[in-house]
Design a binder for this molecule. Structure first.
Ligand code: MLT
Length: 268
């Protein structure tokens, strides 16, 4: 489905039980809603019980690329804009990595729109100087070599070494999603990520139940960063997903979904 949200055509899926608790899934960079839709994935695990919405962040998947002038601030406003469009007053919001940055900024601005929060493979801090310089290098590489080579290089760091062998359909899906993302969006999102605000000071104000999960082998956001974030959120729980790196929901969907479903049963 498509809707114009803050002047940008946004693609989303809206499945499950429309009268049940709404759950909104926000993908990481530079992926799409399809990362939740693998066989045995999160849409499959949740749609029988909940109202599930998974959308493509501006510039990603099938959503409009626009002018490439992005900010996590705009992405957070788009989340609330989509909720307004769907007449959803309150939802459980689940964000992975960039999706977590978006959720964290959105809950600071609109805490009343959140019933609960799930933060996966993500962190609260803004980029360090080292990360900002790395992002400049990534932009240079995208401009010089194009998205295909960028995608080939990126997947090597996203998945655990064993997942690269055993989860080939997930690896192919992610690689082709990155490769198909417009260079303008890849570069614009890198700048948005580099300029995001630090959510750390606001963690202690999060009032809703929060589930934090990460992959034991995540090198993009090391588990310590997720644990530090969990420790600062009052009503939170934390699980490390074994045999998984940055895409823990795809690399070990069974374990990921088990914690997700248990958490949802507690809060519903
Ligand atoms: C993501 O998966 O969204 C990215 O790793 C986020 C980032 O680059 O900080």
């Amino acid at each position: 489905m498509k809707a114009t949200i803050n002047n940008s055509l946004t693609h989303y899926i809206d499945i499950g039980i429309s009268t049940a608790m709404p759950v909104i899934l926000i993908h990481g960079f530079p992926f799409s809603h399809k990362m939740w839709m693998m066989p045995g994935g999160q849409t499959e695990a949740l749609a029988g019980t909940y109202h599930v919405i998974a959308y493509d962040v501006r510039g990603h998947g099938e959503s409009e690329v626009g002018d490439g002038m992005y900010s996590i601030e705009f992405f957070a406003d788009d989340l609330i804009g989509l909720m307004d469009h769907l007449n959803i007053q309150q939802a459980v919001v689940l964000g992975l990595s960039m999706g977590g940055y978006i959720a964290l900024r959105a809950i600071q601005k609109n805490p009343e729109r959140f019933k609960a929060l799930v933060l996966c493979n993500t962190r609260a801090e803004a980029d360090s100087n080292e990360s900002k310089i790395k992002r400049a290098g990534a932009i240079r590489a995208i401009k010089t070599n194009g998205p295909k080579i960028f995608a080939q290089e990126m997947v090597k760091n996203l998945f655990a070494p064993a997942s690269l062998e055993t989860k080939q359909s997930a690896v192919k899906l992610i690689e082709s999603t990155i490769e198909r993302t417009a260079p303008l969006s890849l570069c614009g999102t890198e700048l948005a990520l580099a300029s995001r605000t630090d959510s750390t000071p606001s963690l202690s104000s999060i009032k809703v139940p929060t589930l934090v999960m990460t992959g034991e082998l995540d090198i993009t956001v090391p588990p310590d960063a997720s644990k530090a974030m969990k420790d600062a959120i009052p009503n939170s729980e934390f699980f490390v997903i074994p045999k998984a790196a940055h895409l823990s929901n795809m690399e070990n969907a069974d374990e990921f979904n088990k914690h997700l479903v248990e958490f949802f049963q507690k809060i519903a």
